[in-house]
Design a protein around this ligand. Structure first.
Ligand code: NAP
Length: 293
């Protein structure tokens, strides 16, 4: 078993991004700029946004966090997005999900200018991704492909099973692995909560990517010997063992699954760190007008 080490790969790629950002800042006369909007005070969201902002600063980007209380109206939020869409000094714009129930996340996602949509959730970006056209790829699936590439994992001709079909992780991941690209060219099976006998599929996976949000769901008997296992799950539980008061668990039961796999991501220290890299690379591309002019 070998580790798909998110810490190592993300540090390496962040150094490259920092060098490219410095060069771009000289050309533009300003730093690449990411704006994040955070509504409310959800503990997980606070942590993820803080980490995104910190990582932006670490690679020499400018980052701005705009906060709203849970009581913000949909109209107010859409108005703020429109202002940022028009702001020429803003390259990337993200709205941290989930949003309060009275705000329609689809409306918000579609309100963001697709040329600034560095989360890659806008239907134009998702459609272009499916067609293998230049676009912003959703940060988590993007980060996973960067990691597979970095470790030279052969994907062509392999059977990839993706568990979970969310719009931000599982579904785009399945498309990327099926596309005629490297990584890609897999035969893909996409499983979800209505799939009967999931183990029947996961046991046949050469590459198993799990994004469901259920602690230790994938057990050793569900994994083929020698499989590449990518665990997207981030299940936060309160803990007295850690300084933060929380402990993260993946969707894969790491201890028993690791010895069966050829490669595996740890949680933490795997996909989460690569998601940040995906976001940073998209933001850099947006500032460079590399995807859209
Ligand atoms: P989500 O929107 O809640 O979607 C979960 C998906 O899993 C759905 O497609 C659901 O099926 C499926 N599912 C749920 N229970 C299942 C079961 N028992 N068997 C099979 N499929 C099941 O979740 P998400 O946003 O994709 O996130 C998934 C996990 O990844 C969470 O732990 C989240 O925190 C984590 N995450 C991590 C990162 C990172 O950077 N590491 C980024 C994003 C998310 P249906 O469609 O049928 O309901």
């Amino acid at each position: 078993m070998q580790l798909l080490d998110g810490k190592y790969v993300s540090n390496k790629l962040k150094q490259e991004i920092a060098a490219e950002a410095a060069e771009l800042a000289m050309q533009l006369g300003r730093k690449p700029h990411l704006v994040a909007i955070l509504v409310g005070h959800d503990g997980g969201s606070e942590t993820y946004v803080a980490s995104k902002m910190k990582n932006c600063e670490a690679v020499g980007f400018r980052s701005t966090l705009i906060r709203f209380e849970n009581t913000v109206t949909e109209t107010e939020l859409l108005h703020q997005i429109e202002k940022l869409n028009l702001d020429r000094e803003v390259d990337g714009l993200i709205v941290q999900l989930p949003l309060p129930k009275h705000i329609d996340p689809e409306k918000v996602t579609e309100a963001i200018d697709y040329r600034k949509d560095v989360d890659g959730f806008h239907p134009i970006n998702l459609g272009r991704m499916q067609r293998n056209l230049p676009c912003f790829i959703p940060a988590t699936p993007y980060g996973i492909t960067l990691m597979l590439k970095e470790y030279g994992i052969e994907t062509a001709g392999k059977h990839c099973v993706v568990v979970g079909r969310s719009q931000i992780v599982g579904l785009p991941m399945s498309i990327l692995m099926a596309r005629n690209t490297q990584p890609g060219n897999c035969t893909v099976t996409l499983c979800h909560s209505k799939t009967e006998n999931i183990a029947k599929y996961t046991q046949k996976a050469d590459i198993l990517i799990v994004a469901i949000g259920k602690k230790n769901f994938i057990t050793a008997d569900m994994v083929k010997d020698g499989a590449v296992v990518v665990d997207v799950g981030m299940n936060r539980e309160t803990s007295t063992e850690t300084k933060s008061g929380f402990k993260l668990y993946g969707d894969v039961d790491f201890e028993p699954v690791a010895p069966k796999s050829s490669w595996i991501t740890p949680v933490p220290g795997g996909v989460g760190l690569m998601t940040i890299v995906g976001l940073l690379k998209n933001t850099l591309a947006a500032a460079r007008k590399e995807v859209y002019v």
